[in-house]
Design a protein around this ligand. Structure first.
Ligand code: PEP
Length: 237
């Protein structure tokens, strides 16, 4: 299976710079005949009707589990449909831990977007205090994040992202990633990404770990040249 690469813009880039980024990445994929699956999650304000090659999709970092209604500050599928968006990120640790989304909220969101056939990138991962308790506690914590989540769903990609590695420059050891991915793959027969401080200098070794089907990248994907170089690395893996 070809490796996957996904970029999470978080709260970065403007509408204008997002458009430039996506147009340029799209022509890069086209020119170089790169057929890896590439996903970009821009901010909601930068969503648009992007014309892209079939292996590049643009997704929402978040949306509520409604078509429309009275949910101040949220967007629903009416707004996503306007731009033909059919991909969504669910369960990211910044939403779980900073914004306070519960497993119940996440499950409602997952089921709603699943019922509409969206491609879902579903994130799980443990905070530092859990990691420090050891591998069995880490696995127990991560497995609990699948409560209510249908892992038989055809259109789901899982991202294992240790919370303490996100945006910190810290990454787990190769052995730790290997152990956790192996255990996760036993539970789910789905594409499994690693995320957390992936960068041009560590991407190749992470992609070489068994059961790593690709990466979800925040910080180091916001620079277009770095992202393109990481696409090239992904293509060679
Ligand atoms: C992320 O936001 O999913 C992520 C992995 O961020 P970073 O690459 O900055 O750690």
């Amino acid at each position: 299976m070809k490796k996957i690469i996904a970029s999470n813009f978080k709260t970065n880039h403007t509408r204008k710079s997002t458009k430039e980024f996506i147009v340029n990445v799209n022509s890069f994929l086209n020119k170089n005949n790169i057929d890896n699956e590439v996903i970009i999650f821009p901010t909601a304000t930068a969503l648009d009707e992007f014309v892209t090659v079939s292996n590049l999709s643009v997704g929402a970092q978040n949306a509520y589990y409604v078509k429309n209604g009275s949910f101040t500050g949220e967007i629903g599928t009416e707004q996503l449909d306007e731009f033909g968006i059919k991909t969504i990120l669910i369960g990211h640790s910044e939403r779980r831990h900073n914004i306070g989304e519960s497993q119940k909220d996440i499950t409602l969101k997952y089921n709603y977007y699943k019922s509409l056939g969206y491609k879902i990138v579903y994130c799980v991962g443990e905070p530092l205090e859990v990691k420090e308790q050891g591998i069995s506690q880490t696995l127990e914590y991560v497995f609990n994040q699948f409560d209510g989540i249908d892992l038989e769903y055809d259109n789901v990609i899982i991202a294992y992202e240790p919370v303490w590695a996100i945006g910190t420059g810290l990454t787990p050891s190769i052995e730790d990633i290997e152990t956790i991915h192996k255990k996760l793959k036993k539970k789910l027969q789905k594409p499994l990404l690693y995320g957390g401080s992936v960068k041009p200098t560590n991407l190749a070794e992470i992609l070489a770990i068994p059961n790593v089907d690709g990466t979800l990248i925040g910080t180091s994907s916001w620079n277009e040249e770095d992202f393109k170089s990481m696409i090239t690395t992904t293509n060679k893996a």
